[in-house]
Design a binder for this molecule. Structure first.
Ligand SMILES: Cc1ncc(COP(=O)(O)O)c(C=O)c1O
Length: 414
């Protein structure tokens, strides 16, 4: 039997039996087509940072749509919202004198960043520097490069070769000595870039250990490897700073963004490129063209929506709010370690992973949460996804954790 809508990342036979249609949403609350109210614990897919249903964003989109829906950025063309947003991002990101390349989302940003890293070394007459390193457990979307550098093997498998793009290699997670050994084995002259999420997200929410990210940056600098920080999840306040680079004191060569850039109101991604990497393409009549770009890069309405989203984050001090809520979330969900079904709870900022023991049927726990009014989902390693919109209240955080405790207790009793 076939179906009209083929869902992404879905076991379709299950989806056809259990499809959950979200009809409307306000703040942290979703309403399903059959009328159930659910607290959106994963903020969609880590994106709904300002919460759902913001009238201001709708009005910003309508204003832009009725002025100029968009005009592309190829060649000499531009639109004002893209120019304004690029300026604003340049001032916000932990990337030196950044130039901004707009994309349609996270996977797209990863593709652009990895291509540019390789193109940069070719331009510098270092043709052997092609390999892109990524970490075990990493998730960087599912375009060509994202699939190829996936640290979750199931996302890389099944295409006939170990990696769609052959020049990739994995390094161990949170292991600087192991990373050094792998770089020396492959040879830094063969390596273009290293891609890392500051906090591993889909891999199960793993915050970095003390000094680890600075150590990774130091290794990249020592061996002449470009560091690409994938801030698709951590960007725009999720860890209590505008970017994880600020929290952990790193300044990557390239940085990918998406999700929180618009809080999901329209699809948009971006890559911040440091002046060092951009420079060969910026000056001189013989400067090469970076032959990359998509029709909707810098879509004017998406950029206007991003500007309004950033205004809301600033007007409502939402980044500071994440810092205030961090200990509330850590305490509420940390208490779940008391459950005999829970292996570990990891949290940082307004994100947490509740890792269940390997033999616990997580789907039953997720269903139990849903019956009690909380939506969550499964990350890698049998881990439940916690990453609410920044507008969640302390009481709502405790409610969601209590619901999860009840669902776990019910499963334990079964
Ligand atoms: C760290 C990271 N990078 C990239 C992506 C891909 O983003 P998108 O799904 O918008 O293509 C994701 C998506 O979850 C992500 O978590």
């Amino acid at each position: 039997m076939s179906t009209a809508l083929w869902h992404p990342q879905a076991h379709m036979p299950t989806t056809l039996k259990e499809r959950l249609v979200i009809a409307s949403a306000q703040g942290v609350w979703l309403t399903t087509e059959d009328g159930q109210r659910l607290l959106d614990l994963p903020a969609g897919l880590w994106y709904a940072n300002i919460g759902h249903g913001r009238e201001r964003v709708a009005q910003a989109a309508a204003r832009q749509l009725t002025t100029l829906e968009t005009y592309h950025l190829f060649g000499i063309h531009a639109n004002r919202p893209a120019l304004d947003l690029a300026e604003r991002l340049r001032a916000l990101v932990p990337v030196r004198d950044a130039s901004i390349i707009f994309t349609s989302g996270g996977s797209d940003s990863i593709d652009a960043a990895c291509k540019l890293a390789r193109r940069y070394w070719q331009q510098l007459a270092r043709p052997t520097k092609t390999i892109v390193l990524s970490r075990d457990g990493g998730y960087h979307g599912l375009h060509g490069f994202g699939t190829s550098i996936a640290g979750l093997d199931f996302n890389r498998a099944g295409y006939g070769t170990d990696s769609l793009i052959p020049e990739t290699a994995r390094i161990p997670l949170m292991d600087l000595a192991g990373t050094r050994a792998e770089i020396e084995r492959i040879g830094p002259d063969n390596i273009a870039a290293l891609v890392a999420e500051p906090v591993v997200g889909t891999g199960g929410v793993h915050p970095p250990s003390d000094g680890y990210l600075a150590g990774l940056q130091a290794l990249c600098r020592e061996f002449g490897i470009l560091l690409i920080a994938d801030e698709v999840v951590t960007g725009f306040g999720r860890t209590g700073e505008w970017f994880a680079g600020h929290r952990w004191g790193i300044e990557p060569d390239l940085m990918t963004m998406a999700k929180g850039l618009t809080s999901g109101y329209l699809p948009l991604g971006a890559v911040a490129v440091s002046d060092r990497v951009a420079e060969p393409f910026m000056a001189g009549d013989d400067a090469p063209i970076f032959r990359h770009g998509i029709t909707y890069a810098g879509h004017a309405t998406a950029c206007a929506v991003a500007m309004e989203n950033l205004d809301i984050i600033e007007d409502e001090n939402l980044v500071e709010r994440v810092g205030t809520l961090e200990p509330v979330l850590a305490a509420a969900f940390g208490a779940l370690t008391a459950s005999p079904l829970v292996q570990e709870v990891r949290s940082v900022g307004l994100m947490a992973g509740v890792q269940l023991l390997p033999d616990v049927a997580a789907d039953d726990v997720i269903r139990g949460c849903r019956q009690r009014g909380v939506l969550t989902r499964l990350l890698a390693a049998n881990t439940l996804h916690v990453c609410p919109p920044f507008v969640i209240t302390p009481d709502e955080i405790r409610f969601a954790a209590d619901v999860m405790a009840d669902a776990l207790a019910e499963r334990y009793a079964a």
